[in-house]
Design a protein around this ligand. Structure first.
Ligand code: GLN
Length: 485
């Protein structure tokens, strides 16, 4: 087996025994990138020099007998909306094309401190708006399982990089499914932690009340290791909760005997859930039951309103967050003649933002405008509370809720229209609306493409989700399947 094929925990073990060096691992990842990146196109920038330098430093420290963390020397890929000091951070938008942030996001700082070499920045839908990574201003990323299909989005580059073994781990962000959905469609593990579990400092905002950073990995142990590295309070993000971080790896083995699992009726039997997907998810329920989980169906009656609520709240917040890209403070500025400052703003923004981003800014501005604020935005906030109370009621009975991650497997480029693209998030958006935790794990194939099982947990119950996912993973072989490239 090549080093690039190993999981992070396997690499960590070999690094620990001195069998391999971080330099060798980084070299192996770049060999793989060289071999497959032409097909997959997961990266918008590669940072080989930096990664090699970081790896050499870690190897030196290890040789000197320094105490190192579990992921020291294990490389990581980073979605291009996380600020990386001195490295391009573009959000895959023309408007930030030449932006090099003067600081690191907290999660990047933590990965660097943990000694993780950064291999590169990954492709994404512009400003994280999309479900297929086709909204990137720069390039198209392909699903490693079938190069004619989309990898999911918006963190499609991160998911594809991990699935294609270009990096053992990656970071993404999830506002309505952007970690879980591409993880599902690329056949890997992805987690959106509870809102407030991971600092958002240095995450370029899309919709601040929904955004959350989380891990991509090829198995549950790796996902737990990366969550250990990035989770926990941060003085620089007031929404990051001061809740103790358990050792997510240590709790994996605790088993699932007696765990109460609620199967969300609306998202298993509902309209639009592809029969092949439903089939795999129900098989996963059987497996969980054999493992000792108590599974039964349950209803979240307001969940059907998640989509309309999301498409008011997310654009409203995006219209405010993206107001800062005006051609004055940073980023692209028009070179066309302008009549006044407003003309400069308008021309810059028209040139810098893609169609989907402009559409959402307009939607949000409209929903927040004086005449419509109460009718749309305030109403959406109230319905958001109703959806959240459905989840609160569920936690009285269940430890974990379960449904598909995506209603379909990955589709061909151009196959879905705008509405279908948006409806593809039907299973993931409610989790962000309620601010709870969600994880996607491979649970089989339909038409040769990976299917993802979504496990949802109450706030700060990532340990339970990981434990359930681990038990399932140990009982199945899906996570061992790799695409042929
Ligand atoms: N696909 C959803 C959207 O287009 C969610 C994106 C995300 O989670 N960043 O907004």
């Amino acid at each position: 087996m090549e080093l690039y094929e190993l999981t992070a925990h396997q690499l960590s073990e070999r690094l620990g025994t001195g069998e391999v060096s971080s330099r060798e691992i980084v070299t192996s990842c770049y060999d793989r990138i060289e071999a497959v990146e032409g097909k997959v196109q997961a990266f918008v920038s590669q940072t080989r020099q930096l990664a090699e330098q970081q790896a050499a430093e870690i190897d030196q420290k290890r040789a000197a007998g320094e105490e190192l963390g579990a992921l020291a020397g294990v490389p990581i890929a980073v979605k291009d909306l996380l600020c990386t000091k001195g490295l391009p951070t573009t959000c895959c938008s023309q408007i930030l094309e030449n932006f090099h942030p003067p600081y690191d996001a907290t999660v990047i700082e933590r990965c660097r401190q943990a000694g993780m070499p950064i291999v590169g920045k990954t492709n994404m839908d512009e400003f994280a708006m999309g479900s297929s990574t086709e909204n990137s201003a720069f390039q198209v990323t392909r699903n490693p399982w079938d190069l004619e299909t989309i990898p999911g989005g918006s963190s499609g580059g991160s998911a594809a990089a991990v699935a294609a073994c270009e990096a053992p781990l990656a970071l993404g962000s999830d506002t309505g499914g952007s970690i879980r959905q591409p993880a599902a469609l690329c056949g890997i593990v992805g987690m959106k932690p509870t809102y407030g579990r991971v600092s958002r400092y240095g995450l370029i905002a899309y919709a601040s009340s929904l955004d959350q950073i989380g891990p991509f990995a090829r198995d549950v142990t790796d996902c737990a290791m990366l969550l250990n590295t990035i989770a926990g309070p941060d003085d620089r993000d007031a929404t990051c909760a001061d809740v103790p971080v358990p050792d997510y790896v240590a709790c994996l083995q605790q088993g699932v005997e007696g765990l109460k699992v609620g199967i969300i009726q609306e998202l298993v039997h509902g309209e639009g859930i592809h029969p092949g997907v439903k089939g795999r998810v129900l098989e996963a329920v059987d497996t969980l039951q054999e493992l000792g989980c108590e599974c039964e169906e349950t209803s979240l009656p307001n969940i059907d309103y998640s989509m309309p609520v999301y498409y008011i709240i997310a654009p409203a917040e995006c219209s405010s967050n993206l107001a800062r890209y005006d051609g004055v403070r940073y980023g692209h500025r028009t070179t066309k003649p302008v009549s006044d400052i407003y003309d400069l703003f308008a021309k810059t923004r028209a040139e810098g933002f893609g169609e989907e981003v402009r559409l959402r800014i307009m939607l949000g501005t409209y929903a927040l405008s004086a005449g419509y604020y109460d009718a749309y935005y305030l109403k959406a906030l109230k319905v958001r509370t109703l959806i959240k109370s459905d989840f609160d009621a569920a936690w009285e009975k269940y430890d974990v809720l379960l449904c598909p991650t995506s209603p379909t497997v990955a589709w061909k480029f151009g196959e879905f229209d705008q509405l279908a693209l948006k409806l593809a998030d039907i299973c993931t958006i409610p989790v962000n609306i309620a601010g709870v935790a969600g994880l996607s794990i491979p649970c089989g194939f339909d038409d040769g493409m990976p299917v993802g099982l979504q496990l949802i947990g109450k706030p700060f119950s990532e340990d339970i989700l990981l434990r359930a996912a681990y038990a399932y993973e140990q009982a199945t072989e899906w996570h061992k399947q790799r695409p042929e490239l």
